[in-house]
Design a protein around this ligand. Structure first.
Ligand code: NAD
Length: 367
């Protein structure tokens, strides 16, 4: 059951084309600040409820980053593993055609699970407006994923958190969970700032070296041998051991629910930066805060991707993207840290700020 509250969702559009075999939906959570922004998720199990929850997160993420976007998300029920690529593209085109009634005016799409640049190109061309979607190929004005905007934002969030905790980043020890788009770019920028990577994990396991892991060698191990566990001279441990490594800062960049309540007592990091989405429950965040660990919430730390989407949306270039990601994450995280004690933990302050920004512009909201 979708939960409706004083903010939304404003509109839920379900679309169906039996001839193509397309069945999907768009949840437009709130458009007080601008058209709802959010990716298209294609999985066999995607539901309106799941999409509605993700759309709400987008409302807060865009508000906190001070972007002229609201929150939205869409889902297409299909299993890309069991259909041809041709069929997948046909489904995307049918979805884009059916959602023209809300996009681009009220919905701006983006990639999500199982959708990427090619799907965004099809969406844009079928819709007829390049403003209907971000994450397009470079030739259509897209800002490539390979620029690492989210990891760059995670780096700046880490930098601000370290300053707040009076930890010198150039001498800090770091663990990074996940070495994909977010984790590898966070690792790159953190290493460039002089921080020491002690542990890095991926699907293969956890590579640890107390003397420090070299970023280029991590990339080589991943790209040439398939996993960071092939790093030379590293101790290899199970993934989950990353949670209790003796480091100053832990960056999450892979799976949801990584840190459970039972892990709290074993955590040695002074700062946890949530590069991934929902790496722990709010209850775990509160418990860590009580323990003195500074937890930077996901929708604050990983907003680099949506900030980059905004730059693409206005036709900007990569230099502008890097500048805006740095400026917005720095300014808004500082604001959150200033207010966190009034709301119990950083997420409480971040949510309060985001809600206030939406309420100021919202004519339909009721609290
Ligand atoms: P990705 O697919 O590029 O990389 C995922 C990484 O996690 C890979 O290195 C994979 O090997 C690793 N991994 C998988 N299972 C693991 C496990 N059990 N332990 C350790 N590592 C494991 O994904 P990504 O784009 O980097 O996204 C990572 C997280 O960040 C996700 O939660 C995603 O929703 C979130 N996020 C991503 C973006 C973005 O722009 N890419 C933006 C916001 C949030």
């Amino acid at each position: 059951m979708v939960e409706f509250d004083g903010f939304g969702p404003e509109k839920i559009l379900e679309v169906y084309n039996p001839k193509v075999g397309m069945h999907g939906f768009v949840v437009i959570d709130n458009t007080a600040l601008g058209p709802g922004k959010g990716g298209i998720r294609m999985t066999p199990s995607v539901s309106i409820d799941e999409v509605a929850k993700l759309a709400r997160v987008m409302t807060w993420k865009c508000a906190l980053a001070e972007l002229p976007f609201g929150g939205a998300k869409s889902g297409i029920i299909a299993d890309p593993r069991t259909i041809t690529l041709e069929k997948k593209y046909e489904i995307i085109a049918a979805f884009a055609e059916a959602t023209k009634i809300v996009s681009p005016e009220l919905y701006v799409a983006a990639p999500d699970i199982n959708t990427g640049e090619k799907e965004m190109e099809i969406y844009a061309k079928t819709n007829g407006s390049m403003k209907s979607v971000t994450g397009k190929p470079k030739e259509l004005g897209g800002l490539p994923h390979e620029l690492g905007s989210t990891g760059f934002g995670v780096y700046h969030a880490t930098r601000i958190a370290a300053e707040f905790k009076e930890i010198d980043l150039s001498e800090a020890t770091i663990a990074i969970e996940g070495f994909g788009n977010v984790g590898s770019f966070a690792a790159k920028f953190l290493s460039e700032a002089g921080a020491k990577l002690i542990g890095v994990s991926d699907i293969g396991g956890l590579a640890v070296n107390e003397k420090g892991l070299n970023y280029e060698k991590l990339i080589e191990a991943r790209d040439k041998k398939g996993s960071v566990i092939h790093y030379p001279n590293a101790k290899i441990l199970p993934h989950h051991d990353i949670v209790s490594l003796d480091v100053d800062i832990l960056v999450t960049a892979a799976i949801p629910d990584l840190i459970k309540i039972a892990d709290v007592e074993n955590i040695k990091a002074k700062i946890i930066v949530e590069g991934s989405n929902i790496p722990m429950t709010h209850e775990v965040e509160k418990n860590l805060t009580k323990k003195g660990v500074l937890v930077i919430p996901d929708f604050v730390a990983n907003a680099g991707g949506v900030i980059s989407s905004y730059v693409e949306y206005i036709g900007g270039k990569q230099e502008q993207m890097f500048r805006l990601v740095e400026e917005k994450i720095t300014k808004n995280l500082k604001l959150v840290l200033e207010q966190m004690h009034d709301y119990g933990y950083p997420r409480g302050a971040a949510l309060h700020i985001a809600k206030q920004r939406v309420l100021e512009k919202c004519v339909t909201c009721k609290i």
